[in-house]
Structure formats: structure tokens, C-alpha cells
Design a protein around this ligand. Structure first.
Ligand code: NAI
Ligand code: MG
Length: 471
């Protein structure tokens, strides 16, 4: 059993003022695996005060000094790879392919930000003006449970590159992963108070950070509904706010798509992180003329995907994080049937052979219209909606007919043509034919998928304030 009863404030692990405890579960077995003691608004005050004390010295550091800190963090994170993978497997249930990627990605984020800090133009001459990019002050990061390591890493790395200090509020469901990350950060030996971590519930610790007068900026990843609440709360004190919210990513199969490669790529993009991903491409837009071939290929491929616990090295799709999330996905599958969509494969209940655990059957709905709720709302599980289109123009218009705009996908042999289609999509990122992640390129959403961008120089911009001195 894990007992996590400390939070990290001012360079030390401390007992929270808060007295609430939340149970931790293994989502593959539904068994309790421990508990976490949660912080409250008093802990937020202490953490913000520590970050505020550390800020002036941090703001005076040079980009080169920040890069040294970032590389120390990378080293300590990389050194704990196996602990992080074990924590993620036990507490979150992610398959081995995803846990390995997540830890590498978290470590790489520090190196990416070190490089960004080294090349970023903190001082610019614009006409007679000397423009300097200044750190904002204390930053708060509020993050969800679906990629705890990566989200902590990217937000902490950007704050440090900017010369800011930070208070992180992770999900209470990610306490074991958070603990390993906190140990790595402590071992990196940064000045006290630069990084602080307070476990706690959203409406308690998250809300206290969103209204705190000494927090200058919130960087949030999570649901669109909570993003809206944070933006509203932050307005009172004019906090800068970066929001990375939900998605309902379209995947456009163009007339010339090579289905033998496009179908597995589409399945991987849609079911990434067991479908619990804002970037998941969950609306498959297929030309009417190719519909039969796509459905046949999709059914065969999806039925071959292995659902199972992290302890099974062959598992490609893991459980949902919690019973609540499992029930949410089940309710959407039920809703799809009620709305008149047709199950090509999958459906309600657990996959065959898995009597316990919050596992979902990988599900593909056909005969979906883009007006159905299953096509409009983020389900956050392995559920596809296949929507046919008569022309490419119609496919593009269906792709854009959504309140979201985070990540879209285009499948087609002719890259120039695919790029022309990509250029018409209202999305912060468009991935053509499984192009690899580009770590320094901006990431973020159009429309209700968010405000602002993360990663690289665009991500750093969002943590800085320009000052122009005229002489
Ligand atoms: P959530 O958006 O409520 O939680 C994300 C973070 O915000 C957590 O740390 C939570 O404690 C915090 N939070 C909650 N209420 C808050 C408040 N009033 N003020 C400040 N912080 C607050 O996500 P939840 O409820 O866990 O998941 C529900 C749905 O949200 C999912 O099914 C999915 O559709 C979507 N979601 C999207 C994510 C993404 O990566 N874009 C991540 C997680 C959830
Ligand atoms: Mg919520």
C-alpha cells in the first residue's frame, strides 16, 4: 500500500494543512492501492508564498543558468524512468508502449526547453525601443490525470525557462506518479521554492490557485468545462491564462489514402492513451465511395487490438483511469445506440476475458451524423464515430463543424494535396500520415480547445511579458 502524506513546498516535503484523504486504485484490478493526504487553501497560501519568495532571484538568472537547471531536471527524471513506469502502470494502467514513451517524453521536454531558453530572443530592438521579455511571476499549473508526468514536465520546464517559479496542482488520482516526479525535482537541487507541488481536489486547491492574488499566470490542461471555470475565476485578478482543453479530432481519409497504412495509423491516433487523450482523432471522415473498404479494414484491425492490464506486455489499450471515467464512456456508448448509430464492433461492457478492471471494448460506430452527441462531445475513451461524406469539401466542412479545434489528421498519398486540405482545417495541429511529433512546434487549440500554445518558443512566449523601453 502506498501512503502519500506529504506535499512539496519551499524545497522540502511537508505534511499538508489539509486533512482530507483520497483513496488510490489500480484501474486494472479495481483494488485500493493506497491513499493520498490532500492539501487545502492554506497549503496553497504556503506554496504560493514560497514561490513568491523565490521569484526575484529566479527572475535574475540568465538563460544559460536556467538551461543548467533544466538539464539537471532532465537527468533526475531520466534516472527514475523505471520508478515512473511502474507508478504509471500501477496507478493509471497505461500499456507498456505508452508508459515508456511518457517517461522519455517527460525527460525530453526539459532538454527541449533548455534549447529554447538558449536560443530565445529575450532582448529585441524594435526601432528605438529596447524590448525585453520579462517573467510573469508565480505560475500555477493545474493538470489532469491522463499524462501526469508529461504535463508536470512541460509546465515546470516552461516556467523555469521563463525565469518564473511555479506551484503545481496535479490530479488526486495521480499521487504516486506525482510523488516520483517530486523526488526527481527535489534531487535536481534547484533553489528552494522554485518548484512547489500541492496535491488536492480541483474545487479546493485548483480553485484557490485560480483566485490567488499572488499567482500571475495559470497554465491548465483538462476539460473544457473546468477551463471555463478557471478562466472566469482568473479574470478577477487578470491572470494570464493558457488553456489546453478537450478535442473531438477529425481524421480525414482522402480519396487517394492508402488504406492498408491509413487504417492502423487512424486506430493508433484515435485510441492513443486508451482513448483518454485530448489529441485523439475520434471522428473518421470517409468518402462514401470508400466506406465499405474502410469499414471492413477497420473492423478487422480494431478487433485485433489487445486490451489488457499494464502487466501484459502485449496490451495496446489499458483500462480507464477510474470507475467514474469507465461509466462515462459506457454512457456514451449507450447514447450512441439510442441516437441511432450502428455498432460496427465493440459496445457496452468489458472486453471478453476481462471480468474486472475499468476496461472498455474498443468501439466503432457507423451511420453517425455529425449532429449526434457522440460526434460532438469528447468521450475520452476508445470510441470511434465513422461519418461518411460525398465530397472532400463536405468532409472539410464536417471536420470544422465542431466547437473543438485541437488536433486533426489527414490521410492521403499526395502530400501537397493533403497539405492543401490541412490548410483548411480549424485546428492547432494537423498531422498528415502519422508524421512524428515535432517537439518545438506550437501545440494548442482553436475555438473551445483552448487559449494559447505550449512547447518551444510559442510556449515560452506565453510565460513572458514584453517591456519596451524607449530612449
Ligand atoms: P477536469 O478538467 O475537471 O480536471 C483537470 C484538473 O482540473 C484536475 O487537476 C482537477 O482537480 C482540476 N479542477 C477541477 N475542477 C477545478 C476547479 N473548479 N478549479 C480549478 N481546478 C479544477 O477533468 P475530469 O473531471 O477529471 O475529466 C472529465 C472529462 O474532462 C474527461 O472525460 C475528458 O473528456 C475531459 N478531460 C480532458 C483532458 C485533456 O487532456 N484535455 C484531461 C482530463 C479530462
Ligand atoms: Mg471535473
Amino acid at each position: 500500500m502506498h501512503t502519500i502524506d506529504t506535499i512539496y513546498i519551499g524545497g522540502a516535503f511537508a505534511t499538508p494543512q489539509g486533512r482530507d484523504r483520497a483513496p488510490l486504485f489500480n484501474p486494472a484490478t479495481e483494488q485500493p492501492i493506497g491513499e493520498v493526504r490532500l492539501g487545502d487553501a492554506d497549503d496553497v497560501d504556503l506554496a504560493v508564498a514560497a514561490a513568491k519568495r523565490a521569484f526575484p532571484a529566479m527572475a535574475r538568472t540568465t538563460p544559460a543558468e536556467r538551461a543548467v537547471m533544466l538539464r539537471r531536471l532532465r537527468t533526475e527524471v531520466a534516472a527514475r524512468a523505471s520508478d515512473m513506469i511502474a507508478a504509471m502502470a500501477e496507478e493509471y494502467g497505461a500499456p507498456s508502449g505508452f508508459t515508456g514513451f511518457s517517461v522519455q517524453h517527460a525527460a525530453a521536454l526539459f532538454e527541449d526547453m533548455a534549447k529554447t531558453a538558449e536560443t530565445y530572443e529575450f532582448h529585441r530592438k524594435i526601432g528605438r525601443a529596447d524590448v525585453s521579455m520579462e517573467p510573469l511571476g508565480v505560475v500555477a499549473a493545474i493538470i489532469p490525470w491522463n499524462s501526469t508526468l508529461g504535463f508536470i514536465a512541460s509546465k515546470v520546464a516552461t516556467a523555469i525557462a521563463a525565469g518564473s517559479t511555479i506551484v503545481v496542482k496535479p490530479s488526486e488520482m495521480s499521487a504516486i506518479q506525482t510523488q516520483v516526479m517530486a523526488e526527481a525535482m527535489h534531487a535536481a537541487g534547484l533553489p528552494k521554492g522554485v518548484i512547489n507541488i500541492v496535491n488536492g481536489y480541483g474545487p479546493v486547491v485548483g480553485a484557490a490557485l485560480s483566485t490567488h492574488p499572488d499567482v500571475a499566470k495559470i497554465s491548465f490542461t483538462g476539460s473544457t468545462m473546468t477551463g471555463r471555470a478557471i478562466l472566469t475565476a482568473a479574470a478577477e485578478t487578470f491572470k494570464r491564462v493558457t488553456l489546453e482543453l478537450g478535442g473531438k479530432g477529425p481524421q480525414l481519409f482522402l480519396d487517394d489514402a492508402d488504406l492498408t497504412t491509413a487504417i492502423p495509423i487512424a486506430a493508433a491516433s484515435g485510441f492513443v492513451n486508451s482513448g483518454q487523450a485530448c489529441i485523439a482523432g475520434t471522428r473518421l471522415l470517409v468518402p462514401q465511395s470508400r466506406l465499405d473498404d474502410v469499414l471492413l479494414g477497420l473492423k478487422t484491425h480494431v478487433e485485433m487490438l489487445k486490451v489488457g492490464p499494464a502487466t501484459d506486455p502485449a496490451a495496446q489499450i489499458g483500462p480507464m483511469v477510474s470507475q467514474k471515467q469507465w461509466e462515462r464512456v459506457q454512457s456514451y456508448i449507450r447514447l450512441g445506440v439510442e441516437e441511432g448509430a450502428v455498432l460496427l464492433t465493440g459496445g457496452q461492457g468489458r472486453p471478453e476475458g476481462l471480468a474486472r478492471g475499468w476496461f472498455v471494448r474498443p468501439t466503432v460506430f457507423t451511420q453517425v451524423t455529425n449532429q449526434m452527441r457522440i460526434a460532438r462531445e469528447e468521450i475520452f475513451g476508445p470510441v470511434f464515430c465513422v461519418i461518411p461524406s460525398r465530397t472532400e469539401t463536405e468532409a472539410i466542412s464536417i471536420a470544422n463543424d465542431t466547437s473543438y479545434g485541437l488536433q486533426s489528421y489527414v490521410h492521403g498519398r499526395d502530400i501537397d494535396h493533403a497539405k492543401r486540405v490541412a490548410g483548411q482545417l480549424q485546428a492547432g495541429r494537423v498531422v498528415i500520415n502519422a508524421a512524428p511529433h515535432e517537439p518545438l512546434a506550437p501545440f494548442g487549440g482553436f475555438k473551445h480547445s483552448g487559449i494559447g500554445r505550449e512547447y518551444g518558443a510559442f510556449g515560452l512566449d506565453a510565460f513572458l511579458e514584453p517591456r519596451a523601453v524607449l530612449s
